[in-house]
Design a protein around this ligand. Sequence first.
Ligand code: MN
Length: 715
Amino acid sequence: MMRQVELVERVKAYDPSFDEDALNRAYVYAMKMHGGQTRASGDPYFSHPIEVAGILTELKLDHSSIITALLHDLVEDTETSLADIESKFGPDIARLVDGVTKLSRLEHQSEQTQHAENFRKLLLAMSEDIRVLLVKLADRLHNMRTLTYIKSADKRRRIARETMDIYAPLAERIGMQRFKDELQDLAFAELNPEARGSILARFEFLQSQGGDLTALIVDRLKHALAKEGIEAWVSGRNKTPYSIWNKMQHKNIAFEQLSDIMAFRVVVGSIEESYHALGCLHAQYSVVPGRFKDYISTPKPNGYRSLHTGLIGPERHRIEIQIRTREMHDVAEFGVAAHWKYKQSEIKVDGRQYRWLRELLDILEHTSNPEEFIEHTKLEMFQDQVFCFTPKGDLIALPRGATPVDFAYAVHSEVGDTCVGAKVNGRIIPLRAQLQNGDQVEVLTSKTQTPSPDWEKFVVSGKAKARIRRFVHMREREQYSELGRQILIKSFREEGYEISDKALGGVLKKFKADALDDLFAAVGKGTTTAREVLVAVYPGVRDTARRRHLWPFHSRARARSAKATSAALPIKGLIPGMAVHYAHCCHPLPGERIVGIVTTGKGVTVHTIDCETLASFQDTPERWIDLAWDVESAQDMHTGRLHVVVANEPGSLGNLSTIIGKSQGNISNLKITNRSVDFFEMLVDVEVQDVKHLSDIIAALRAATVITSVERSRR
Ligand code: MN
């Protein structure tokens, strides 16, 4: 176990001005709080945070990261609270520790590999500060190094799988090649020890045949470069067993055929020297075609820069060579962490938080090929996403601002259509509430529920929007269709006919309708008139109409039937044959002042004169028509909409319906829009005779103690 002094010395070596006192206090505090806890290895638990801190000193991270590493398991595994940490080490450290704790809580939540990509994004989205992610990766690296001590084979496998699917790609994403290689290799050792063993055995065999080949080749390469006056640091190694295994899988070749198992690095002083060294090596050795890649002029999305080439090198061995500068080398090994090191001073001057994304975007600024551009946009995208779990642990990605309704539709269209409520982390929340990263969402459904047009106002996902719109459209069409059927029945009766499906079926083609419902809907909308349909079915009807002018008797008969029609629609001032709708924004009632708005293809919509929607028609006075209720003939019931808040207690809903019933009102629809522990908020559609009737009902409801408030709804 690394001693306190040693850790302090390591940090001092690269950052002499760090807060030594805070680091010492963190060391002592973490040791005290972890107390007698032990690891699976039998070591004191405290050895783990120290090792994690040690790993981070290799990345030369700032003292806040090192302190965070020391404290990273306190909140999760000891009695320590975040408030304790804040009072002892300040808000910045507390924020970092909180970030790591949140990431740790997500571990082992998503075991299915198909969610790995989403899970990686979730981790990135939650690591607002790059240092949180770096501590988490170092934590995982140390846990992988000590994985063999865990007794349960299932648990070991699960952790190794998660490392392979989530943490290693994440390390690669932010350019930390060295972390990625080690994580992958440790996971590979657990997941496929036989394959790894056979590759290592092969290395040994080659070694026994040719001696220390890498050292020999390193020497030759150094010489070749020195001859041209290039001073370079050259190193060589076998590629990792996992990368060789991967290549064998991909190219489906046997190990014996795999020739370039060695990789060499040439680190030089400048970019010019990199190209110079490349030219020099290409001149002295045969080049393997198709292996040259220039990641200096076109860096990888994670910031990696190098020249790659393949040679038949010294001793006629096929080798891979990477050529780069010292700074590129640091970035290649430590990715964003190296970048952080180079920019450290700027960030301290700003006093601004280090945002990994901003930095990554900096790196990405110079990318030029389309693939990288896509990668780039993806990075931006998942800051706009929110990731939530189903109760089973499946991970669902949604646009930021998504609500439980979006979540329900993402799970399944039918779940969306029938959702009535949602539990988030075990608590019931309103359907319009916004979901947060890492929320576990349980959707409550009811077979009788249907999508509400109101949902469209707050959902953000394309799928939810489309489904709700489709449903509303279908509903609307049903209503138009029914309205059209009624209009046709009346018009046909005026002429002494009854409509029949058979007769109407014969004229569908003429109106470009596929089914009777289409024809009804066209009449309901007003795009086809009832008269046109009548004439099509009974061409002789024209004659009847003409004869009317000749015989006053028929004229009178028509006048009577016209009166009957207006009795069905108790409104004066309507244009005959036009479809009429009552506006859903204001639900006009007899007794109120009303006005009509004409919409081409839709007919007339009746609004109350004080309806707010009318403001949007101010510039088109030609669409306004004066209307008035024909009070004497108004016998039909009309729908008034109430916004009601009642106490959430037994019997309160029964009470509500009793009061409305006693007042001769009829509830035609009731929709709970918000449900909390204390009250229900709902919209109640009541069929009433006129506005006075509705006012009486409102007064009766207001008198009841369980009812908190009642308003006429104008939505
Ligand atoms: Mn840990």
